[in-house]
Every structure is written in C-alpha cells, then in structure tokens.
Design a protein around this ligand. Structure first.
Ligand code: ZN
Length: 289
C-alpha cells in the first residue's frame, strides 16, 4: 500500500505531507521497464506529484507536471487527479549513466537543464500554470525552488528512491513541509536547521521509521496532528474515445496516409502502453460520425 498523510504542526501554522510510495515506484518501473536511473527520476516526480495532488480540493480537479530537460532521459510527464490516481512516463526509459561522485544515481545529469511546469485544472476557465527553470535536475531541489518562486511558498521538499542490487525498489518516499502565512519566524528557523542535518528520506525509511515518525523527525513537533490519511495508485484513464479524439485532431487525410503506409493505424498510450488498433473502415466510420 502507498500511504499518504497530511499533518498540521506548531499549532496549525505548518502544513506537512508525507508519503511511502515504495509500491507505486516499483509498479511504474515494471510497467515501463525503467532503468535504475529512469526509476529514480520518474519515481521522484511521481512522489512529489502525489503530495501536490493531495492538496487538490474538488473531485474533478486535475494536476499535470511536466519536466522538460536537455539530458539523455528526455522529458517526464505525470498526471494526477484528486482521487490520487497517477499516471506517468519518461521519454527514454532505458537510459543508464555512471553513478555520481557520491556513488548515487545521477538524476541531475540524466535530466539536464530545462523547465518544470505545474498545471492545475481546478474547474476555472483557464487552468493555473506555473513554470520555473530547473535548479539542479535532482527533482527535490527543483520543486522547492518552484514553490518558492512560482507559488511564493518557501518549502522543504525531500524525496528519494532507493534501488537494491537486484534492481527492485527498496524504499521510495517523500515529504513536503510548508509554513503557513501565520507561522512564526523562529519556527521557520527551526525547520531549516532540522532539515539541513536530517538524513535522506530513504535512509530514515530504511531504519524502519514510518511516515508518522518521519513527519515528527522532520518538523521537531511531537504534537503534530494528522488531518488526512489516504492511498495513492497508479491508474491510467485512457479510453477508446480519447484515442479517437486524437485521431480526429490528426485529420482524416493524415490518418489515412499512415494507414496506407503500414496497413493499420496503431496508437499506443504513453502512460500505460495499451495499444489501440484502427483499420481503414474504423477511420471512415470515425470521420462519418
Ligand atoms: Zn493509458
């Protein structure tokens, strides 16, 4: 189970989200046959996306995160809804690079330089779109920077994926700490000094700590209150109707051209790899509707 929880600390002046996403990251790895590096990169984005999605308010709200980098991994796209169902993909899932100087997966080099975009469709005429440059490509730092510059919310973002020698995900999780507007400066200073010294989330999880323990460790508040407890899932919402809309957008002429060249029109969902096949009569029928 992928548990996600939200808390309030320091008399409701600090918001905290924390997640154990070990199963989710293993599932996305198996689904896309990801390299270790791609597992860490896409996994980290999915973990932070889960926590941001947990702040969506109504049922129809949607979140999309796009990372566009110039590194060998290519781009990452993750979508989530308020029911905490997530789907995600990475352009080049097979890319592996030498470990960095600290002996860790070099996600920063894999992603490269580029932009981070957060799109929240919350039922308004236009969705909310926030973009910033990638700071390091390590994902956690990039989201902390995003919250600071695009949402004016200084935040601590910790995210990690630990992969074992057998290639399986051993631990994956994250937390976000956000002081609310009435938070006292001394609390903010305390949060900063705790988090500079705290081991990584995967080290804390490997020591057997639960996300409740980690929320207490990371805030230094023993009296932290749990305000939400839920579960996240990998789930794609693609359908024949959606794929048909893509073909309609492509245009009849273009669709028939592809069909003539290859004998059939086959479209694959980037998120779940499900294949949708169309024959010439299907295309004719579609455009005669
Ligand atoms: Zn799909």
């Amino acid at each position: 189970m992928n548990s996600i929880k939200k808390y309030l600390a320091y008399s409701k002046s600090v918001r905290v989200m924390a997640i154990d996403a070990t199963e989710m990251v293993q599932e996305i790895r198996d689904l896309h046959n990801l390299s270790n590096l791609a597992t860490a990169a896409l996994g980290r984005v999915m973990i932070v996306s889960s926590m941001i999605a947990s702040t969506l308010k109504s049922y129809e709200d949607r979140l999309t995160i796009q990372i566009k980098g110039d590194g060998p991994l290519g781009n990452i796209v993750v979508c989530a809804n308020s029911a905490l169902e997530l789907k995600g993909y990475i352009t080049n899932p097979e890319v592996e690079l030498p470990l960095n100087n600290e002996g860790k997966l070099d996600v920063s080099k894999g992603i490269g330089l580029g932009t981070l975009t957060v799109i929240k469709d919350i039922g308004l005429k236009d969705p909310y779109v926030g973009t910033c440059e990638l700071l390091t490509g390590e994902i956690g730092d990039d989201f902390a920077y995003y919250f600071n510059v695009s949402e004016q919310t200084p935040s601590v973002v910790s995210v990690g994926v630990l992969i074992g020698k057998d290639g399986n995900v051993q631990k994956a999780g994250g937390y976000i700490i956000q002081p609310l507007p009435d938070c006292e400066d001394k609390v903010i200073d305390k949060l900063e000094s705790i988090n500079i010294k705290l081991p990584s989330i995967t080290e804390l999880m490997s020591e057997g700590r639960t996300i409740d323990d980690i929320a207490i460790n990371a805030t230094g508040d023993e009296k932290i209150e749990t305000v939400y407890s839920g579960e996240v899932k990998v789930k794609c919402d693609c359908s024949l109707e959606r794929i048909e809309n893509t073909i309609v957008a492509l245009g009849k002429e273009e669709a028939l051209k592809v069909l003539e060249e290859t004998g059939k029109l086959e479209l694959t969902c980037n998120f779940c790899n499900k294949k949708y096949d169309f024959l010439k009569e299907d295309i004719e029928k579609l455009f005669n509707k």
